[in-house]
Design a protein around this ligand. Structure first.
Ligand SMILES: Cc1cc2nc3c(=O)[nH]c(=O)nc-3n(C[C@H](O)[C@H](O)[C@H](O)COP(=O)(O)OP(=O)(O)OC[C@H]3O[C@@H](n4cnc5c(N)ncnc54)[C@H](O)[C@@H]3O)c2cc1C
Length: 472
């Protein structure tokens, strides 16, 4: 069957995967990307430096044939390594064993592998070409060639916008119809810092504390196979390992108040915050004040739209349709799931693009709303609850009940991260389970005090069986 010609805006993570999957299935795919080709000119950053890749993301990469080339570039993270104020650390595992882990991967390496795959599959990618506007009457796009500033028109019938949270295609669609757009900013922002490789660290304090590791020839200055968290109530630091041996540290702070990105600005204020709250990280971040001043403070928020499409002519996907806060590490994973589902729908749509786009929106929207809500909730869990004794008791009970009721009582984190159960299912079952856990642990401080027979009865009464075995 000859498929429609698809014009894709944006060759970021989601655009490049979608281009690959569609081209592999015989679609004629043309992609326009505003930035230069990162394989020739270097990766120009964008959002976070590295990302947590989970099962939904790996599934998309598997379909694109990319697991083998990418696996060596990803660093396993078994759980959260929680750093207390006194420097003590504790690993809270994500899953039962090393089959239930997440992976840290460099955004640039991942994007470049996806661009290679898209071209091998037959997609044509035009770099340095920025979409400026759309003429819906003439069905033409206006592009700016970023090489020389030249403006030109390009005819396109079927448009897909994977051009990220600040999508130009979305703005153009909003001039034609109401998308019901609403952006809810988070009153917290973030800033990236760096813990270099062990061998690149020096200094007297550091030499004392890490001499043994260095003698053993270790590459990483901290445990590499973990997502490190310094939870401090209303704010936190996290650090994700990179395959080359350094860590990308992200400081999340409120935008105003104490401490905040308003109250912490000068080198002395930065040092004082870190000395008080993240003392064990200080010897590992030699360029703390310099990086703090040089790296941007970025804003976070959630984008909600009522509509993602204009009949069969234009559709939004990935962050362009549903940007979320990063606290579940699912934005890209969710965008990859979009790409997989859209490809399946389009392949079976007998060229009725309008029906395909409508079906995509119908299937995906409840799920992206669910992950948006769970991502917001997870911020509180990461920055605050992981340091709370009652929360830890609930997590321990959750694990116990998951063992007693396999395939039925599944921790919400497990459903989101290690399965491909719809997000909406994870959200709904998570709510029921959370109520059960709260009821059973009320006034208790130890697992031995929990009435497991009561737990079994509550689960049987309130948690319906899953329609099918959870996919992994
Ligand atoms: C701090 C932070 C940490 C994160 N951590 C994680 C994580 O651990 N795990 C996870 O799954 N997700 C994470 N995310 C979310 C993830 O970054 C996004 O969900 C993902 O990048 C979305 O991919 P995308 O392709 O839709 O958009 P983008 O990655 O933003 O790509 C959009 C592309 O479109 C191009 N473009 C933009 N405008 C135009 C135009 N006018 N014309 C042509 N091209 C254009 C851009 O240059 C870019 O290449 C994180 C996000 C942040 C901010």
């Amino acid at each position: 069957m000859t498929h429609n010609k698809i014009t894709l805006i944006g060759a970021g993570l989601v655009g490049a995967l979608l281009a690959t999957l569609l081209a592999q299935r015989g679609f004629s795919v043309e992609v326009f990307e505003r930035r230069p080709d990162p394989r020739k000119f270097g990766f120009l950053g964008g959002r976070s430096i590295n990302l947590a890749l989970a099962e939904r993301g790996w599934h998309g990469l598997r379909l694109a044939g990319l697991t083998a080339p990418l696996a060596p570039l990803a660093v396993m993270m078994r759980g959260r390594m929680v750093h207390a104020r006194d420097g003590k650390t504790e690993l809270l595992r994500y899953g039962r064993d090393d089959s239930e882990v997440i992976w840290s991967i460099n955004r640039g390496s991942l994007n470049m592998a996806l661009l290679d795959a898209a071209e091998v599959a037959g997609a044509r990618i035009h770099f340095n070409q920025r979409l400026a506007s759309v003429d819906w009457e003439k069905s033409t796009l206006l592009f700016v060639d970023e090489n020389d500033g030249a403006r030109y028109e390009h005819a396109a019938r079927t448009l897909i916008g994977a051009d990220g949270a600040g999508s130009t295609l979305r703005a153009a669609m909003a001039q034609k119809i109401s998308l019901g757009e609403r952006f809810e900013p988070l009153d917290h922002g973030y800033k990236e810092l760096e813990i270099p490789r062990l061998l690149d660290l020096s200094g007297a304090t550091f030499a004392q504390t890490h001499a043994h590791q260095r003698e053993r020839g270790e590459l990483f200055a901290m445990e590499p196979n973990a997502l490190h968290i310094w939870p401090r109530g209303n704010y936190m630091c996290i650090a994700l390992p990179n395959a080359k041996g350094n860590f990308t540290v992200t400081l999340f702070l409120p935008n105003t108040g104490e401490p905040s990105f308003t109250s912490v600005q000068t080198p002395a204020q930065v040092r004082a915050l870190f000395a008080r709250d993240f003392a064990d990280a200080v010897p590992l971040i030699p360029d703390l004040e310099k990086d703090f001043a040089a790296n941007p403070t970025a804003l976070l928020g959630t984008l909600y739209l009522d509509r993602w499409r204009i009949d069969g002519r234009a559709l939004l996907i990935g962050d362009a349709a549903h940007a979320i806060v990063p606290f579940h590490g699912q934005g890209m994973n969710c965008g990859f799931e979009d790409a997989v589902e859209l490809t399946q729908i389009m392949e079976n749509a007998a060229n009725d693009t309008s029906a395909a786009f409508a079906e995509f929106e119908r299937r995906r929207k409840p799920n992206t709303d669910a992950i948006a809500a769970m991502a917001l909730e997870n911020y509180v869990e990461m920055r605050d609850s992981v340091a709370d004794a009652h929360f830890l008791l609930m997590r321990a009970l959750e694990r116990r009940l998951a063992e007693r009721h396999p395939g039925h009582f599944l921790p919400r984190y497990w459903m989101v991260t290690f399965s491909r159960l719809p997000y909406v299912t994870a959200f709904a079952r998570g709510e029921i389970q959370s109520t059960i856990l709260r009821e059973l642990t009320a006034g208790k401080s130890d697992l031995a005090q929990i009435d497991l027979a009561q737990a079994d009865a509550l689960i049987a009464a309130r948690l319906p069986p899953l329609p099918s075995a959870p996919s992994k």
